[in-house]
Design a protein around this ligand. Structure first.
Ligand SMILES: Cc1ncc(COP(=O)(O)O)c(C=O)c1O
Length: 395
């Protein structure tokens, strides 16, 4: 039987540039890039050989051991993933919970506060809808959806004006999914704290493309997951809750995984876990636990300074090339607020995405835009190829 692929010491990250040899080596870990120009990591990160090897080990153990693999291997994989994510996010031990989706992670937090004194939630029209939806369905919540004045970002002053002593959550994204605009979460955390509210950051489009240090940023709650920029597949999300807050939150939706002694199987003995596991909502998707560990290993190996620097370089090349071809881009005026989600104004986004797929270029669309999201394994030549292809297609 193959030994479990756990507890390898984390490799030293690369310096903030990648040599051509190192880049080729990394590209060799992602089979899809051998056949496609893959530019849709903000929707679904590609499957790596690292993730596949982890998945194979899971499949093998399932065949060979059945349920006893739980005790000898798989419970340890859950701890391994929580630990890896904690290190990656700059969190402390016991501050990260595994959740089935961002929506579930958000709802367990939204079900853990007293709404009577603070019924207000401040969010924005640029957030991914599942964030405001968690609050829109609660009749006791007064939901404020801030408008974007430029259609790209939100001025932090808008939060400062709207978040008050009746506000429970300042709830918004780290990076907006349709504009790539990166918010200053440290500043937002400060605005919430000053009003006695909690900062709740949806980091699904943040972690993995921009550096995150949850502790240094001072945010109270940060959600993300392996699906996109962490190249770890669908079926899981991560929930960070600041240590000092964990003991104060008791969600009104729960599971046996949230209890201190789940394996006592005592129906009369409910007691919340002391750490972030109190937010967990049942048996996690084990295949994804494995693919997430594989994806995370590559991200950690390359290191966020390198990934962020490369993604900046690739995105700038795309922006320059597209603007030279006369395309209009939906992006922040300040390059420091841009990320690797590049929105290209287009009269026929769906048809164009289909035509590009026929040329083996994988991108996505949102109303009025073709959405292109390169990641560290992409090359500058691939940026030029998608610009050329877009310039050739009808518009
Ligand atoms: C910013 C953001 N939040 C959340 C989600 C998804 O939430 P869930 O995990 O509940 O499907 C997405 C995209 O799928 C997203 O882009």
């Amino acid at each position: 039987m193959a030994p479990p692929t756990s507890s390898r010491p984390p490799a030293e990250p690369d310096p903030p540039t990648l040599s051509p040899v190192r880049l080729q080596d990394l590209r060799g870990r992602f089979p899809i890039v051998q056949n496609r120009i893959y530019l849709n990591s903000c929707s679904l990160g590609p499957l790596s050989l690292d993730a596949e090897e982890r998945l194979d080990s899971f499949r093998r153990l399932w065949h060979e051991m059945g349920a006893s693999a739980w005790y000898e291997h798989w419970l340890a994989r859950l701890d391994e993933l929580r630990g890896a994510v904690e290190r990656f996010l700059g969190a402390g031990a016991g501050e990260v919970a595994l959740s089935p989706s961002t929506s579930v992670a958000l709802s367990s937090v939204a079900e853990a506060v007293d709404w009577s004194q603070r019924p207000r939630v401040v969010t924005t029209e640029l957030d991914f809808p599942t964030l405001p939806y968690q609050f829109a369905v609660k009749p006791q919540v007064e939901l404020v959806v801030l408008p974007s004045h430029d259609g790209v970002g939100i001025d932090p002053e808008q939060f400062a004006e709207a978040v008050d002593e009746r506000t429970a959550f300042l709830a918004t994204s780290h990076v907006f999914f349709t504009t790539g605009f990166r918010q200053d979460i440290q500043r937002l955390a400060g605005i919430a704290r000053e009003a006695g509210a909690l900062s709740l950051i949806d980091g699904y489009q943040g972690a993995g493309q921009v550096e995150v240090d949850v502790r240094a940023s001072g945010v109270d709650i940060y959600t993300t997951g392996p699906l996109k920029w962490l190249c770890g597949g669908p079926g899981l999300a991560y929930l960070y809750v600041r240590q000092e807050l964990i003991g104060k939150l008791e969600p009104r939706i729960t599971s046996w995984f949230a209890t201190r002694n789940p394996f006592d199987f005592d129906p009369t003995g409910f007691a919340f876990h002391d750490d972030a596991r109190r937010f967990e909502m049942g048996t996690p998707a084990l295949p994804t636990v494995h693919t997430a560990l594989g994806g995370q290993a590559i991200i950690d190996r390359v290191g966020m300074p390198t990934i962020e620097a490369r993604n900046r370089l690739l995105a700038r090349r795309l922006e320059d090339g597209l603007q030279a071809e006369g395309f209009s881009l939906r992006m922040a005026a300040d390059p420091a607020q841009r990320t690797a989600i590049v929105m290209v104004g287009h009269p026929h986004p769906a048809e164009t995405v289909e035509a590009l797929a026929e040329e083996r270029i994988i991108v996505d669309h949102r109303p009025g835009y073709v959405r292109i999201s390169p990641h560290f394994f992409n090359t500058e030549a691939e940026m030029d190829a998608v610009v050329d292809a877009l310039a050739r297609l009808p518009r």
